[in-house]
Design a protein around this ligand. Structure first.
Ligand SMILES: [Zn+2]
Length: 325
């Protein structure tokens, strides 16, 4: 067994013990079914055919196995009923995720914050949030991140990250400490492959922006005298224990802005495989200096469409523009 399979094996054995306790109650037929499914997965792990479809013997999709190690049939071999149940689950997941998103345009007396969120499938591993005023302080806090991996597994980590940051943000901590705690909590609650790149920005009424960047694509500051990528100030969260985070402070004048994006923009490939690139994103932002946050995003989105030239996006896409009023 691979190290991953040993982990899953141990996890299933402990799940089996928990279930066995419950099935003493005769009125739990679903528990007995579940117990049989766990036993069957354990048997497949022992025989070395866990992760293979029991019908066609091809590999089962790895992101489905990651969220449910009991899965034993690949997507192609599902019955029509099973497939429609799965589609229903995904539609529900998509609705739940949409409810976590901020309004497309958030305005405070000193700032306007526009965002675009486009999942590739039903759900996305991208993460964006805007908290208009933390504890009534009048200082908005903005986050944008990207969970490693794709699909449902990444979306589950995204919603976990959303919940833990929402509660940490209420503590009004300095940003390095906020990221430090988020890092420890994500490490404790998820698997080693579950981590996220993350930018957190605290905005002040005088035009100061405090930026902490855990391994994410550098935000671009757009000012009347030019564009400037902001530094990465730490590691992605949930990747390694005891890493330290720093912050970077900048001052924006009225009309200046910040452009944030996920690699769904910077790494979007055209038909020849060349990437959209950070430079192109920066130059679009520069050309739109002084325009509204929504206009900056609309222009970026249009340029991406032109670059893809009819081709489909290859990844989740999130964009955010923050403009000082
Ligand atoms: Zn199959």
């Amino acid at each position: 067994m691979s190290p991953n399979e040993i982990l899953i094996h141990d996890h299933l054995v402990s799940r089996r013990q928990q279930l066995a306790g419950v099935t003493d109650l005769p009125e739990h037929p679903r528990m007995i079914d579940l117990l049989l499914e766990v036993d069957s997965a354990l048997e497949r792990l022992d025989h070395g055919d866990w992760g293979l479809c029991t019908i066609c013997h091809g590999p089962v999709e790895s992101d489905r196995l990651l969220t449910d190690p009991l899965v034993s049939v690949c997507l192609d071999c599902l019955t029509i009923e099973q497939r429609s149940a799965l589609e229903h689950d995904l539609a529900t997941a998509s609705q739940i995720q949409s409810a976590l998103l901020p309004a497309r345009l958030v305005e405070t007396p000193a700032w306007e914050i526009a965002s675009v969120y486009e999942p590739l499938g039903a759900v996305s591993g991208d993460y964006i949030d805007v908290i208009k005023s933390v504890n009534g302080s009048g200082h908005p806090l903005v986050t944008l991140g990207d969970v490693a991996g794709k699909g449902v597994a990444a979306a589950m980590v995204m919603s976990h990250l959303h919940a833990l940051l929402r509660s940490l943000i209420q503590l009004d901590l300095p940003l390095p400490e906020l990221l430090d705690r988020a890092n420890a909590m994500l490490l404790a609650a998820t698997t080693a492959s579950s981590y996220a790149t993350l930018v957190v920005i605290r905005l002040f009424p005088d035009g100061t922006a405090e930026v902490a960047n855990g391994g994410h694509e550098p935000p671009i500051a757009v000012r009347s005298d030019g564009v400037e990528p902001l530094p990465v100030t730490g590691m992605p969260v949930g990747l390694l224990p005891s890493v330290s985070f720093r912050t970077h402070r900048i001052r924006l004048e009225p009309g200046d802005s910040l452009l944030l994006f996920t690699d769904g923009l910077s790494e979007a490939p055209d038909e020849n495989g060349s990437e959209f690139g950070r430079r192109r994103a920066a130059s679009i932002a520069g050309r739109n200096q002084g325009k509204s946050a929504a206009a900056i995003l609309a222009s970026t989105r249009e340029e991406l469409d032109a670059f893809l030239d009819g081709g489909q996006p290859a990844d989740d896409l999130s964009l955010m523009a923050i403009r000082r009023l």
